[in-house]
Design a protein around this ligand. Structure first.
Ligand SMILES: Cc1ncc(COP(=O)(O)O)c(C=O)c1O
Length: 381
């Protein structure tokens, strides 16, 4: 009997335990130790940028950003896509910043520049670009708009660690880039994340927020003889146990991506005819994008077909998943004054997304099997 094909399985390199044992030798567990520093250095090398803070999640990285810029934003607004994970909005809502949801542009599910332009007004202080799946969206256009209009640009690159556009890393185009190392991501530490901060003055402030709102880092550098409360902050870094786990995984970023590329290309190949026949749709990757191949999704004709297909897959022991449930139409979104009818394009596409199984333990023959089941489904309708 065929084994179940899981939607996700956490990536394991085999070197994690050795690194965790080294934490016991170091005898320093709480965080900001040698493994956190290793991660900072490796992430700096991978992204080609300094000013990195390892966090306990991408949600925390976003929280730090919101705490850092909330005084500057004041009674202003932040624009973000409704098609995102709640953490993107939580960070800003928590500190009382007004959120304006924008449409996605099309089937790559990233924010629509055209719609953003309609929503920018004199209160707009920041815009969040959320990279989705294997795509980066129109980050270059958004960067140009933000620098012209002096708007802070934040990248929620939770899913995009290791992707590059024209040679520049996702998460490093804007003023801030937030990454996730949750176990559902390409690389992980169970839970973890990272924050890239472009400007040195923001970096200093974020570092204090990260360090429980104190200037303890200055004490460690010998720049002061005691540390005090300087910012509203939190305990945002991971323990050394998590950092050591991630440290061992960061050595495998290239291997991780190149295997995922093979899986992605197989999906692409086996589903192409169904796409050509107009039975389902998936967007093509732009030539200038070097993706991290985080996920592969298809768009069904409508929400009913989405449900039927996912049930059909489940009956054949294949787990699939929907995309994000748009925030504007969520219970919290409506409590913040949004209405479902506000974002018709987001509604239309989000209910059609089916994310297919995608992880490094999958074999190419598993992809072939998933695609044959999808073909069988479409043959029958
Ligand atoms: C766009 C986006 N932002 C933030 C997060 C939260 O990441 P974490 O689980 O690391 O806090 C996720 C989770 O998948 C996400 O998809």
């Amino acid at each position: 009997m065929k084994n179940k094909i899981n939607f996700n399985e956490p990536y394991i390199t085999g070197n994690e335990l050795e690194n965790i044992k080294r934490v016991f030798k170091e005898n320093k567990f709480y965080g900001d130790g040698v493994f956190t520093k290793n991660c900072h250095q490796k992430i700096t090398e991978i992204l080609g940028k300094k000013n990195i803070l390892l966090t306990d999640s991408c949600s925390s990285a976003l929280d730090i950003v919101a705490l850092c810029i909330r005084d500057e934003i004041g009674s202003g607004e932040v624009i973000m896509p409704s098609y995102t994970f709640p953490s993107t909005a939580n960070a800003f809502a928590k500190v009382g910043i007004k959120i304006v949801f924008a449409e996605i542009q099309n089937t790559n599910m990233t924010i629509s520049i055209e719609d953003v332009l309609k929503r920018i007004n004199r209160n707009t202080r920041a815009i969040v670009m959320v990279h989705y799946g294997s795509f980066l969206g129109d980050i270059l256009k958004l960067k140009e708009i933000c620098s012209k209009k002096k708007i802070i640009l934040i990248e929620d690159a939770a899913q995009a660690f290791g992707s590059k556009l024209n040679g520049h890393s996702a998460g490093t185009f804007g003023d801030f880039g937030c990454f996730s190392f949750h176990e559902t991501k390409n690389l992980h530490a169970g839970l973890s994340g990272a924050l890239y901060i472009k400007k040195n003055n923001y970096f200093k402030k974020c570092q204090m927020i990260w360090e429980r709102g104190t200037n303890r880092q200055e004490l460690l550098k010998g720049l002061t003889d005691k540390y005090t409360w300087r910012e509203i902050g939190g305990s945002y870094y991971p323990s050394e146990l998590q950092a050591s786990f991630l440290d061992s995984q960061l050595n495998f970023v290239r291997e991780n991506i190149s295997y995922r590329k093979k899986l992605y290309e197989k999906y692409n190949e086996f589903l192409r005819d169904l796409k050509t026949d107009g039975k389902l749709y998936f967007p093509d990757l732009p030539a200038e994008l070097s993706s991290n191949y985080h996920s592969f999704y298809i768009l069904t004709k409508n929400s009913h077909q989405n449900l039927l297909l996912r049930n059909f897959l489940e009956e054949r022991k294949i787990s699939s998943y929907i995309g994000y449930i748009p925030l504007h139409s969520s219970p919290m979104g409506s409590r913040l004054g949004n209405f479902k009818k506000d974002l018709p394009i987001t509604n239309k596409y989000s209910e059609r997304v089916v994310r297919l199984p995608f992880h490094n333990n999958m074999k190419l023959k598993d992809v072939k099997y998933v695609c044959s089941v999808i073909e069988e489904f479409y043959d029958g309708i």
